[in-house]
Design a protein around this ligand. Sequence first.
Ligand SMILES: [Zn+2]
Length: 226
Amino acid sequence: MLNDLVSLFYPRNCVCCQQPLIKRETDCCIMCLTELPRTNFATNNENPVAKLFWGRIELTFGYSVFHFSKGGKLQSMLHSLKYQNKTQVGIFLGKEMGQELIKSGKNEKIDLIIPIPLHPEKERLRGYNQSDFLVKGMSNITSIPSDNNAVIRTVHTTSQTRKAKFDRWKNVDSIFQVKRPKQITGKNILLVDDVITTGSTLESCAKVLLENGASSVSIVVVASGT
Ligand SMILES: [Zn+2]
């Protein structure tokens, strides 16, 4: 009764299609939930995202939760999270990532979740780091602690979209710095980002964490092109 009244005055809408939610639905409607293109990579240690890092850096595990397809529902969700202040989309996707982590049993291997930091100037302009909300949702579901300030980004990289792969490698080399080494020493860390392309940014951040005493690093992203 109270719930009906609340939804009468504060209608809840799907974070994906914006249609009103029915009683049992939270965040996302059943229709959109079933349509989201899941990868099922979490339980496959030889998935395309993990393979991206082979020969580059040693990860405990790495995977994406969804496939990224142009023009798809997920693309518009990620866009609204990044550019339209739709932070609740980030929390929803983070919860999905958290559930996937628990389902795979890999939550047992993680002590601390860290979002890939944005450059402070970029974060100031945008007003937030979208990955902070992914981590918030994940932490909420898994009860694994998170830290948004252990690592910072130091160099402002120019837009990488038009650069050749080789140049990107140089571009992202050591742009991260551990600000609170005590926080990461001896910990099994999970790095979180929204979309993975070449993996060079994640690789660079993982490297810095390992060099500063992290026991292990794993990677989970919302979506990959593969
Ligand atoms: Zn929907």
